[in-house]
Ligand binder design. Structure first.
Ligand code: GDG
Length: 492
């Protein structure tokens, strides 16, 4: 993409949250790194964002979205989903098949073929939305596992624009991936993108190995960070682009008087004890019960530490309509209750537990108040909390204890203390080491991580994908279209 090219972003959700106040509809901008990184580019290029509203068809909402767009230099193109489409595409295929499978937890998958049918249909619905807004010279950038079939659907309709895809979650090893009943259909569709981006070299390697395993005839060329794959006369560039955060904004916000006052209040609320912090969306991939068990083990084997440290665990509600997530919440709350009941003493509660989202200011205050950030997902595409914790540490203090299975571990090998989240006794030992780390070692490690994030922020991330050279030998679109039609015929 050249930087003047109009950008069309496609993601599962629009960058706004719809709130209904009786008869009125109100739109609130969603926060987050992706929205912050992409909206300036959309503004400058007069682009468009295509995504689900989170609702079924809604006449008044269309007017509200048009009103929103008219106040900015970019448009929001809504996709509406019926409850049945939501159940099959989002709750079913995305959350009960791809999410657990790609995080290496295949025993949790529900391989229901109606989910697949629904997923295909909704990807076509997104293609309708993209086709409605895409201009000839646009750069179309699709995000994440909800929309893996989209490029194939768009090529089917004859769209020839540059199509890029970024995969936010891990890509599993071939032995895991090949259990997906629709493995070759998914890979064929992904190879209709001109550019495929992954979080880590390991994800990209797993993808390439899965191609070799499941798609005979695929050709891979190149070495190092950027590879090129040829399949049925189409070339795709495959690269590693670790996502990041808006470092400058976060570091600046962390110096604010509101944050400083809130951090002080948090420390006082823990009676000056050392603070170990966990911040996660409610999800079984985040390893929250395992982390609580590690903390329990720390208290069990170090009686001298009791009363001298506090764990703060923030859990942000997520996917609450899925029974498995509610069971996870209950499990976490039972564990917190057991540990507090067993080890607490008058004036000291070992775990402060919050099941809600905090404001940005409050969240940064938690980051600044903590002595140790304990981030131990069982598997994670990147984990932005780890990067946000470091960016907030304007004092260059604090220790990051990080799961070796988080994408961020690939960048923080020398700064963080890496742990296997399943090895709860070792996690407890490493937390004990973190609490004893000298200030000079904390400083050296934190500086290393902060300067890495500063020079590899979210703007650099989006720039590196937008300017990637995807130039490929001119595709023979007629042949490619015929191959796609043949593949689709096999699907019916
Ligand atoms: C997916 C992938 C990948 C958390 N608590 C509060 C709050 N947060 C914000 C954090 C952070 C975000 O939520 C969580 O991001 P993560 O990266 O940790 O995890 P996922 O939501 O699972 O994201 C992940 C990511 O996509 C990007 O590619 O890193 O691997 O799973 O930004 O700040 N925000 C507020 N209050 C809270 O209490 N305001």
């Amino acid at each position: 993409m050249n930087t003047s090219q109009r950008l069309v972003v496609v993601s599962n959700r629009l960058p706004v949250t719809v709130r209904s106040t009786g008869i009125n509809i109100c739109l609130e901008a969603s926060g987050g790194g992706l929205v912050n990184a992409l909206t300036p580019i959309l503004e400058v290029t007069g682009g468009c964002w295509v995504g689900w509203t989170g609702t079924d068809f809604h006449e008044t909402l269309i007017e509200s979205l048009e009103q929103w767009s008219s106040e900015r230099n970019y448009n929001l193109q809504p996709v509406f989903l019926t409850p049945a489409e939501n159940a099959a595409y989002y709750r079913g295929f995305s959350n009960e098949i791809i999410w657990p499978l790609f995080h290496g937890l295949s025993s949790r998958c529900q391989f229901d073929s109606t989910y697949w049918t629904g997923y295909r249909a909704v990807n076509r619905k997104f293609a309708d939305g993209v086709e409605r807004v895409a201009g000839n010279r646009d750069f179309i950038w699709v995000h994440d596992y909800h929309l893996m079939m989209l490029a194939q659907d768009l090529r089917f309709r004859g769209l020839r624009q540059q199509l890029a895809y970024f995969h936010h979650i891990p890509f599993p090893p071939p032995d895991t991936f090949e259990t997906l009943p629709w493995r070759s259909e998914v890979l064929r569709a992904l190879l209709c993108f001109d550019l495929l981006g992954f979080q880590t070299p390991r994800d990209r390697r797993n993808f390439i190995e899965s191609l070799h395993r499941c798609l005979p005839g695929v050709q891979v060329s190149g070495v190092g960070e950027r590879l090129r794959v040829r399949f049925e006369d189409h070339w795709s560039s495959i690269g590693t682009y670790p996502i990041s955060i808006d470092y400058a904004a976060l570091a600046a916000e962390a110096t604010g008087p509101d944050v400083t006052a809130a951090a002080e209040k948090i420390r006082q609320g823990c009676s000056g004890t050392a603070i170990i912090l966990g911040v996660d969306r409610l999800d079984y991939t985040k390893g929250i019960p395992e982390r609580l068990i590690a903390f329990q083990s720390l208290l069990q084997s170090n009686p001298g530490m009791r009363g001298r440290l506090t764990m703060i665990q923030i859990v942000v509600p997520s996917r609450e309509d899925i029974p498995e997530y509610m069971q996870l919440r209950l499990r976490i709350e039972r564990l917190v209750g057991c540990i507090n009941g067993e080890y607490g003493s008058p004036g000291w509660v070992p775990i402060q537990y919050f099941y809600r989202a905090f404001s940005r200011t409050e969240l940064i205050a938690f980051y600044r108040a903590a002595h140790v950030a304990l981030i131990t997902p069982l598997k994670d595409g990147m984990n932005l909390v780890a990067k946000e914790f470091c960016a907030s540490r304007i004092d260059n203090r604090g220790v990051l204890v990080l799961s070796e299975f988080a994408g961020a571990a690939a960048e923080f090998r020398n700064g963080a203390l890496l742990v296997n989240p399943y090895d709860t006794e070792r996690v407890a030992e490493v937390v004990a080491l973190a609490l004893q780390m000298t200030e000079s070692e904390q400083c050296a490690r934190m500086e290393l991580m902060r300067s890495h994030i500063q020079s590899n922020d979210v703007f650099r991330w989006s720039e590196s994908i937008r300017t990637e050279n995807t130039a490929s030998p001119p595709a023979d679109y007629q042949r490619q279209k015929a191959a796609l039609q043949y593949a689709a015929g096999l699907l019916r």
